[in-house]
Design a protein around this ligand. Sequence first.
Ligand SMILES: [Zn+2]
Ligand SMILES: [Zn+2]
Length: 556
Amino acid sequence: MREPVRIIPLGGLGEVGKNMTVFESGGDLVLIDAGLTFPRAEMHGIDLVLPDFSYVADRADRLRAIILTHGHEDHVGALPYLLRETGTHPTVLGTRLTLGLVKSKLDEHGLGADTELVEVTPDGSRVQAGPFEVEVVRVTHSIPDAVAVVLHTAHGRIVHTGDFKLDMTPVDGRPVDVARLRALGDEGVALLLSDSTNAENPGTTPSEMTVGPSMREIIARAPGRVIVTSFASQIHRLQQVIDAATVNGRSVCVIGRSMVRNLNISRNLGYANVDEERLIKPRDLDSVLPHEVVVLCTGSQGEPRSALTRMAHGDHPALQVHPTDTVVMSSKAVPGNEGNVGETVNRLNRLGATVLTENNAYVHVSGHGSADELRSMLEMVRPRFFVPVHGEYRMLRAHARIAEQAGVEPHAVRVADNGSVLELDGEGLFVAGQIETGMTLVDGYSVGDVRDEVLRDRRRLASDGVLIVVATVASESAKVVTDPEIIVRGFEAPDGERVELVDAARDTVDEVLERCLANRMTEVNLLQQELHDELASLVHRMTGKRPMVLPVVVEV
Ligand SMILES: [Zn+2]
Ligand SMILES: [Zn+2]
């Protein structure tokens, strides 16, 4: 009786983002992907959100390898944090471009030297990764060099598609390896895990190639500068914009650290092609005429400090947006970012620019396959068991229905959650349990130090404000020395009652202190506690608000 293979998704199910899945056999662990997600607006001050990888940390000495499907942040972004927090050095496997992008990320975190990167090639060859033989199969996506991963296990083959679309005319001319996927189906696949992002969209997703002609036309017609934003990792898109600029005889200026970096890595590794003389530096923008340049920049998701967001706020050192500018949002807002993106678009309109988005122009196609492509994948691979991954719950359900239509037995389709413990053995695929999962928050460089209560405080400050009271008492006589100082921030009493609130608060402070001191209660912590309780109820009575109340008693 051989041990089952355990499969535990730690992120990416019931959400779009932070993809990470554990594959375990005989106590040894291999991960497919280590992604992050960006915080929602109510997570004040949080920079990044990682999967809760305590399951991996608890077994860090048995983590053998991390296999990366492609270089997007939602698949590789947590890697440096995972390596640092677990203190382990598993082998990292990925294709050439993926490793190129990851290498520079690890170097930034000072982890480059300690991490063994092993290049895998989608050519049918196999590499040993812990308990499994690993093979990668070329797929198409919105970043070059994306692959599906095949784990050859004691209980059959497991195929994880990574992110994919079936683009028959890819920009780099390297199509999906349909022959290998079909052959895998012939050889027999025990389990397929497949990308569900666009499972609700009928039909097929248009080829990335179709964006090119539209870009050329937009640039040809634009009277002035064209400013295009997209994901910094969308190398094919950047290439198409550069080609469209070239056809129109325009120079290209790239603004934004991550975009400059990704484009350089891609050029060095042969995944992007730009004539050096076509590129100009941001500081030289003023020396070219507006209709002679295309600007490529970061900020497609309305990220607060990105190039386009700063331009939209009139706060970018190298570029002021003019009414003759055309801004192209060559991307879609990731769920959760719609507000920020909308704000950017409105501000650019306010500056008089012409703003083209996927709502009013053909400027973006998705990198994820729609229903017909997902069905084709299922029909090629013909798995015995199927688990939809990479998507919100409704997308996973839609993908499950597609699988049943494609011939997978209904009982063999499992819609799982983050933390579901699935076991594959000779008998079948079973849900064996559930481990605790959630998220790890990154605030600046500290990982996981931001606890729920900190976040709760931040939310409270943001929604209800703060009342600060500073009272000075003499340590010897225990008498109140000066009038207490009352500071109100982030909330207001109803009109006309603001002064009354401050006066009432001051009276309350006097009363509480007098009462306490009369009872020989001079311990500062106790005084503060009394003040807090009385003031909180006073404020709530007068304003209906529950701000954070911070009494400070100073002894002199
Ligand atoms: Zn992706
Ligand atoms: Zn993804």
